[in-house]
Design a protein around this ligand. Sequence first.
Ligand code: MN
Length: 203
Amino acid sequence: MPYNTYPYEIPPLPYAYDALEPYIDTETMRYHHDKHFASYANNLNYALRTYPTLQALTLRQLLSAAAPLPRGERQIILNNAGGVYNHFFYFSHLAPAGEGNHLPSGELAGLINSAYGSYEELKRKMSALAMNVFGSGWTVLALSENRNNIGIINLKDQDTVVPSGLTPVIMLDAWEHAYYLKHKNDRKAYIEAFWNVVSYPQT
Ligand code: MN
């Protein structure tokens, strides 16, 4: 993935702020990308400013269980590095309705059918899991290390799949900041809208 070394700089949105309307609103996209996502990168840069050894790592190395993080700043580094990593996947796997790959294809479609029987069943299971995120967190469709298996997991706060060796396919941001401006407390409506603009990697 690009933009994955210090100093971290968030990529511009690969579409217009209003391109996901009416599913994800313009104001949410502006705050979510320009403020929330950018803050994670800025805070991470600040936390790493005095650690040249950590600056030399890639984002995934920084998030791995083996990263030599200083004890006092370990959680702040993980939170912000996780925010950068997770949001990179979130924004790059959304696309305007009518553009992008809104349906899984190729090998990915095969893995989904093997694991869930159908794409509809995957969406049903992933939506239900996202409704179960208590507080702030994510629901992730992820590939195993050997890329032979696919599964859905919930992550708390800005935890990532990296320590488990998984690679995200798509990420559903279940933090209130992802939907509250438009949907208020109705997370279910946001999740239903999300499926119209999610965009799968081509495999
Ligand atoms: Mn977010």
